[in-house]
Design a protein around this ligand. Structure first.
Ligand SMILES: *Cc1c(COP(=O)(O)O)cnc(C)c1O
Length: 392
C-alpha cells in the first residue's frame, strides 16, 4: 500500500475501532457524565491526567475522541478539538491564543458572528480587533503590529466569496510570530489543505458539510499538538462539551463527505452555467467558476469546490424578489447550509463591512446547491425568474 492514502480513503477508515467496540464497524454513541474509578489509586491517577482516557463526560467520551481523531487526520494535523458549534470553534481558537492588550486581525469578509464576538466579548476583555481587506496578500505585513497575536482568515469569505492568498498571508504571519487561524468551512478538509498551505489552526463549522444533513451543531479546531493542547484546555475552562450524539453524526458525515461534495460542486457548476445566461444576473461569486475574480488562486490552491455561491441580480422591486423567493418549490429559505437540501437566501454582503466596499446595488442571493437533480433545480430557478419578471 502507498505510504499515505488518498484523503478520501482516510475518511473511510479513520476514527473507528471495531476491536474495541464489540466488532462494530462504527463507534457507538458513548453517552455519559460520571465515570467510575474502582480504587483510590485509579481515581488519583485519572485526576492527575484528565485529558488522557475517559475522565468525566465534559472532557469527552470515545465518540468525541474518535471524531476528533478523524478530523485531525482529514486536516493533516496532529490533533483536533470538537466543540458544540462552528462559532464556538472560531471563538475558542482565538481565545486560546490571546490575552488583554493583544490584537487580532480579521478579514472584512468574515462570517458575521465571528466579527460580532470580536467587537463585543473580545473588546470587553481588552483584546482589540482590526479588520483587513481579505484580498491583501503579503501586504498584510504593514498591519502586523508587535501586539498582533492572531491573523484570522476565512477563504472564501462569507456571502461575498473573496479567495484569500493563504500561503502569502501565513508566510508573513509566521515571520512575525503571529498565529494563523483559518475558517475552512466552505472548502472542507477535502477542498483545501489548510495545514499544507501554512495555516496553524484550522476551524470547521462541522454543522455544514461535515455533518451534511442539517441535523446537528458541531465545530472543530485542528492544529499542531502544542497549539491544540492550549485550545483543548481553553475549551475545557470555558465548559465547552460537544455532545456524543452530534459527534456521532459528524463521524457519520465524514464517511460520505467526498461523494457528497463532488455532487454538490457538479450541480453548482450546472446551475452557474444556467444562471449566467439569465439577463437579471450581473455576476456569480463561486471560486470554481472561471469568471470568478478569485478563480486563479482557487485553481492554484484548492482541490475541490463545494456547492455554496452567491448570485448578484440587477436591482428589482422587493415585491418581485418576494414573488420569486416565496414560490420556490425546491430552494428553501433558511440560515446555515451544507445539508443535502437546496437553500436560497437574500444576503447583504456590504452591511457589516468596515474597511472594504460592496458596490453591487441589486439583490444578492446566496444559493446552497443540495443533492437534488440538477434539472429539477434549474426548472425551479426558471419558474422563479419568471415570477421575478412578473410572468409567473
Ligand atoms: C456557519 C458558519 C460558522 C458557524 O457555525 P455554527 O455551527 O453555525 O456555529 C462559522 N463559519 C462559517 C464560515 C460558517 O458558515
Amino acid at each position: 500500500m502507498r505510504e499515505s492514502p488518498d484523503p478520501t480513503t482516510r475518511l473511510a477508515h479513520s476514527g473507528r475501532h471495531p476491536a474495541r467496540d464489540a466488532g462494530l464497524v462504527n463507534t457507538p454513541v458513548y453517552r455519559g457524565s460520571t465515570v467510575l474509578f474502582p480504587t483510590l489509586d485509579a481515581l488519583e491517577a485519572a485526576t492527575a491526567r484528565p485529558y488522557e482516557g475517559v475522565f468525566y463526560g465534559r472532557f469527552g467520551t470515545p465518540t468525541r475522541f474518535d471524531f476528533e481523531a478523524a478530523v485531525a487526520e482529514a486536516d493533516g494535523q496532529d490533533d483536533a478539538v470538537a466543540v458544540c458549534s462552528g462559532l464556538a470553534a472560531c471563538v475558542v481558537a482565538i481565545l486560546s491564543q490571546v490575552q488583554a492588550g493583544d490584537r487580532v486581525l480579521v478579514p472584512d469578509s468574515v462570517y458575521w458572528p465571528t466579527r460580532h464576538v470580536c467587537d463585543t466579548v473580545l473588546a470587553r476583555f481588552g483584546v482589540e480587533t482590526a479588520y483587513y481587506d481579505p484580498l491583501l496578500g503579503g501586504d498584510i505585513r504593514a498591519q502586523l503590529t508587535p501586539n498582533t497575536r492572531v491573523l484570522f482568515l476565512e477563504s472564501p469569505g462569507s456571502l461575498s466569496f473573496e479567495v484569500q492568498d493563504v500561503p502569502a498571508l501565513c508566510a508573513v504571519a509566521r515571520e512575525a510570530g503571529c498565529v494563523t487561524v483559518l475558517d475552512n468551512t466552505w472548502a472542507t478538509p477535502l477542498g483545501f489543505d489548510a495545514a499544507g498551505h501554512g495555516v496553524d489552526l484550522v476551524v470547521h463549522a462541522a454543522t455544514k458539510y461535515i455533518v451534511g444533513h442539517s441535523d446537528a451543531m458541531l465545530g472543530t479546531v485542528s492544529g499542531p499538538q502544542a497549539q491544540i493542547d492550549r485550545v483543548r484546555r481553553t475549551a475545557q475552562a470555558l465548559g465547552h462539551s460537544a455532545s456524543p450524539d452530534d459527534c456521532w453524526l459528524g463521524l457519520r458525515g465524514l464517511r460520505t463527505l467526498a461523494v457528497r461534495l463532488r455532487q454538490h460542486a457538479d450541480t453548482a457548476r450546472r446551475l452557474c452555467d444556467w444562471l449566467d445566461a439569465q439577463p437579471e444576473v450581473v455576476a456569480i461569486r463561486w471560486p470554481a467558476w472561471p469568471q470568478d475574480p478569485g478563480h486563479a488562486i482557487w485553481r492554484r490552491d484548492f482541490t475541490a469546490a463545494s456547492g455554496l455561491f452567491s448570485v448578484m441580480l440587477r436591482p428589482c422591486p422587493r415585491a418581485a424578489l418576494a414573488a420569486m423567493l416565496d414560490g420556490m418549490a425546491l430552494f428553501a429559505m433558511g440560515y446555515s447550509w451544507g445539508g443535502y437540501e437546496s437553500l436560497m437566501l437574500p444576503v447583504k454582503p456590504g452591511e457589516a463591512r468596515s474597511v472594504t466596499d460592496w458596490t453591487h446595488e441589486g439583490p444578492t442571493l446566496r444559493i446552497h446547491v443540495g443533492l437534488e437533480a440538477a434539472d429539477d433545480l434549474i426548472a425551479d430557478l426558471d419558474a422563479g425568474f419568471e415570477r421575478l419578471r412578473g410572468r409567473g
